[in-house]
Structure formats: structure tokens, C-alpha cells
Design a protein around this ligand. Structure first.
Ligand SMILES: Nc1nc2c(ncn2[C@@H]2O[C@H](COP(=O)(O)OP(=O)(O)OP(=O)(O)O)[C@@H](O)[C@H]2O)c(=O)[nH]1
Length: 302
């Protein structure tokens, strides 16, 4: 076999056993080689990527980020590593290939030794590693908004329930969900979605009473634990939140952040009620509010 063919066969064999994808990207942002016959990433085959420009595949912000890495790798002549969160909702190319969950990618760019200025990029899906890190992490704060997360809320809720049962008090929990954040991200960009989450977090933090406990509990969900609050008062508090969001979105507020929220409220039922039960009931009420079209509040039937 010709020496060059032997080399190519060896390289192909090597690339096929890698779980990562390898792309060679030219200085001008064109993919000149890709290795994905057995890729776990949904990029498609070589043919689908070869010759494509970064801008053909990624939204501008991500294409620019890769291009910046390419330039840096070439000018510094060293490996550049970055973690990037891909949201398939924003990347038609990935969505068309059936990718639905957001996915962390570690992109590692190493300068090539070829004639044409280009870089070798190793792309690895690190979603599983990120998930394990999140689950094991003792961190109790949400990185985007700086608020507590669900991990922090649950023991506080359990303690609040225990106290309320012991001293014959009451407490309520509301879960607030941003309506259609997926569509906002899609139509106005992920950054706009981030601004909405941050703005909402800040406003909830200012609105809540000192004794209330606020947390970002899911992608687009916040929860507020309301001590010494019965169902009627819980529903009133939820109405204040909904009105506050309406004010935030009003044209006169000087903000172009326009969104609505749905809210589910649950109240302690008595002996035997647990934090998981109460949380589940607030979630069911929230679901009801969403099913009724969103921008509304639902509590439990008495
Ligand atoms: N901008 C932004 N979006 C996020 C973040 N975390 C998750 N998301 C996105 O938020 C969206 C949440 O989707 P869904 O749970 O379907 O919520 P939704 O579109 O608001 O639908 P409903 O809640 O039923 O109104 C998904 O598109 C996520 O990718 C974040 O930190 N920032």
C-alpha cells in the first residue's frame, strides 16, 4: 500500500476509536476536515460538515467564539480550551439532527502543523460530567442570578414545615415560572432570556419579605417560601408578583424586557405533610396555571 494511504488508514482508525469529534478549521473559519463516523455528537457525517463555514452551522455568537479561539490558537501557537453551552433551540443544524437537550462542549483548539494556517479542534460532549458535578456540588447558589438554588431551599422548607407543625403556624410555597422562555430565547436570543431571569430574580428579591426564602429552583422557575402565610395570603402574595412582572414589562418602565409568569401556590395541610409533598402540590398548581394559558395564578382547591 502507498505510504500516504497507510498513514490515512491509521489516522482513520485512530479517529474512529475516539469518542470526541475532531475538526480542522481554517484560519478563515471553514471546516476543512471532520471526523465523525461514530460520533456521539449530533453533527452528522463528514460530508455534512466539510467545506461549511462556522457561520453556516452556529449562531453568530458561537461562530465568533470559535473563530476567536482559532485566531488565538494560531497567534499564540498554543492549545486554547473553552467550555461552551450549546442550546439546540438556537442551532438549527443541531435541532435538525434531533438534538434537544442543552449540551456542554469542551472545545480544545490546537495549532496545526499544516501548510495552510488552520487549527485542530477536539470537541467533547461534557454534559454528563457537568450533571455529575452539579449533583455532587455543595454549591447552594445559582450562578446566573446569584440566588439560592433548589438544593438550598429544600432543607429550609422542611425546617419551616417542622416549626409550623410544632407551633401550630402555617406556611405556603409559590413556584413562579417564566412563560415561554424557550420561545423568547429562540426569537430574541439566549442573552435576552438571561436578562429576563436576572431581572426577575432581582425584583423578586426586592419584593419578598425578609423572612421569605427565594430560590431559583429550575431552568425558568423560582420558588418563594412564605412563612406564616395561609392560602389566601399566599394567593395575594402571588398576585403581587404577577403585578410586579406586569410593571416590569410595561412600556413606561423603560425596559424592553417583556414577559409574563405563571404561579402555583401550595399551603401546609397539617401533620404528615412533607417538603416534597408541598413542593409537588405547588408544581401541580403551577401546571394548572400553565394549562389554562399562562400569565395566571392557581392555588389548591380547599
Ligand atoms: N436564557 C436562558 N435560558 C435558559 C436557561 N436555563 C434554561 N433555559 C431555557 O429555558 C427554556 C425552558 O423551557 P421550558 O421548560 O419548556 O419552558 P417554557 O418555554 O418557558 O415553557 P413553559 O414553562 O411551559 O411556559 C429552555 O429552552 C431552556 O433551554 C438560562 O440560564 N438562560
Amino acid at each position: 500500500m502507498h505510504k500516504a494511504n497507510v498513514l490515512k488508514t491509521r489516522i482513520d482508525a485512530l479517529l474512529n476509536v475516539l469518542s470526541e469529534d475532531v475538526l480542522v478549521i481554517s484560519q478563515s473559519g471553514t471546516i476543512i476536515f471532520s471526523s465523525h463516523s461514530h460520533s456521539t455528537l449530533p453533527w452528522g457525517s463528514d460530508d455534512a460538515l466539510g467545506g461549511k463555514r462556522l457561520n453556516d452551522i452556529f449562531p453568530d455568537a458561537i461562530a465568533d467564539l470559535f473563530q476567536g479561539m482559532v485566531n488565538q490558537a494560531l497567534s499564540l501557537n498554543q492549545v486554547i480550551i473553552k467550555e461552551v453551552l450549546f442550546d439546540p433551540d438556537q442551532i438549527t443544524y443541531l435541532r435538525d439532527r434531533g438534538m434537544s437537550a442543552p449540551c456542554w462542549i469542551e472545545a480544545r483548539l490546537a495549532p496545526s502543523a499544516g501548510d495552510e494556517p488552520s487549527v485542530v479542534c477536539r470537541i467533547e460532549d461534557i454534559s454528563r460530567r457537568k450533571k455529575v458535578e452539579r449533583e455532587r456540588s455543595p454549591v447552594q447558589r445559582d450562578l446566573l442570578t446569584g440566588m439560592y438554588n433548589r438544593r438550598a431551599l429544600m432543607p429550609v422548607l422542611a425546617q419551616s414545615i417542622a416549626q409550623a407543625l410544632r407551633y401550630d403556624w402555617i406556611c405556603s410555597l409559590m413556584i413562579i415560572d417564566v412563560d415561554s422562555l424557550r420561545i423568547i430565547n429562540e426569537q430574541q436570543g439566549w442573552d435576552e432570556g438571561d436578562q429576563i431571569l436576572k431581572r426577575l430574580a432581582e425584583s423578586l428579591n426586592s419584593l419578598k419579605r425578609t423572612a421569605d426564602f427565594l430560590a431559583r429552583v429550575d431552568e425558568d422557575d423560582f420558588a418563594i417560601l412564605l412563612p406564616e402565610t395561609n392560602q389566601e395570603q399566599g394567593l395575594l402574595a402571588a398576585e403581587r408578583v404577577r403585578n410586579m412582572v406586569a410593571d416590569l414589562s410595561a412600556p413606561h418602565s423603560g425596559s424592553d424586557v417583556i414577559f409574563t409568569v405563571s404561579i402555583g401556590v401550595a399551603t401546609l395541610t397539617g401533620e404528615g405533610d412533607t417538603s416534597e409533598d408541598m413542593y409537588g402540590r405547588a408544581e401541580s398548581s403551577l401546571k394548572q396555571a400553565q394549562q389554562q394559558g399562562g400569565n395566571r395564578i392557581c392555588g389548591e382547591a380547599e
